[in-house]
Design a protein around this ligand. Structure first.
Ligand SMILES: [Zn+2]
Length: 276
């Protein structure tokens, strides 16, 4: 379902996990980020792209290798794929593919294309790496923490920032990689706002924002959550930890698991017991 459309930017939102898919249309090319989730939702994106594409080059961007974000690879054959080196060298490709396959089997979902882990044409290896396409400059930053292979993408002069699984309006940090890396990625997020003129921030789940103050609030909200999590874990504040678990919106077995994993990651990185 299209939830936003203006000045060459179209954002789709899936019914599942409020996952966003972004389509950017410029004079010379079309860029599609994280096309997701259900077959009819991906079909809607495909049809839209077909309708606007004409003979323009098509780029497919993946913000990271989590299964909900790569599920639409192969729905856009011939597209040039952009993603991080971490994603190219992903150590658990098959695990992520299994998650897609299990989901599809559990819900009898049939897809008209093969499920594969993306093969990448433009590999992003370092912060500030750029892709200049005509009068459009795309700047990339590595964003580890949620996963090791995250990628921030800033498209100028349109001022579009595609942030992947960071800076949602409602989702608290899920730390599957590293709390320390997550915190430095949040510092990088502040720097991006200083270095670029960002007009719109599109997170992987939830609502976009065009207000810089709100972008900063979202960074601060993630920092605040992580800082309180670290304190609660390192002081063994069980009550505090329970409260933090309940802060996760849409409380479910899924958020329970994520909360547990967040604690385990802090233990590993911030306590001797975790290091031992
Ligand atoms: Zn996600």
């Amino acid at each position: 379902m299209i939830t936003y459309q203006k000045d060459g930017l179209t954002v789709f939102q899936s019914a599942l996990w409020q996952t966003t898919s972004t389509v950017v249309e410029t004079k010379n090319f079309i860029l599609v980020a994280d096309p997701a989730w259900l077959p009819h939702e991906i079909k809607e994106i495909q049809e839209y792209v077909e309708q606007i594409r004409k003979d323009k080059e098509l780029y497919l961007l993946f913000t990271h290798g989590d299964f909900d974000h790569i599920i639409g690879f192969n729905a856009f054959p011939g597209a040039k794929v952009i993603a991080s080196k971490g994603m190219q060298e992903h150590p658990n490709k098959q695990y992520n593919l299994n998650l897609i396959q299990n989901f599809d089997r559990e819900y009898y979902v049939e897809r008209p294309y093969e499920i594969e882990f993306p093969t990448i044409d433009f590999v992003i290896e370092e912060d500030g790496q750029q892709l200049v396409l005509g009068d459009i400059t795309i700047t990339f930053y590595l964003s580890p923490g949620h996963t090791h292979d995250g990628l921030f993408t800033v498209i100028e002069p349109m001022g579009i920032w595609i942030s992947g699984d960071y800076l949602s309006d409602f989702e608290l940090p899920f730390v599957f990689d590293s709390v320390k890396a997550y915190k430095s990625t949040l510092q990088k997020a502040y720097q991006i706002l200083d270095l670029h003129s960002v007009h719109v921030l599109i997170p992987g789940h939830g609502q976009l924002t065009k207000i810089e103050e709100v972008m900063k609030q979202r960074i601060a909200m993630s920092e605040d959550y992580l800082d309180r999590l670290i304190v609660a874990v390192t002081t063994e504040d069980l009550e505090g930890l329970n409260a933090l678990e309940l802060e996760m919106p849409f409380n479910s077995n899924f958020t329970k698991r994520c909360h547990k994993e967040n604690i385990a990651t802090v233990l590993k990185e911030y306590t001797i017991q975790g290091n031992g």
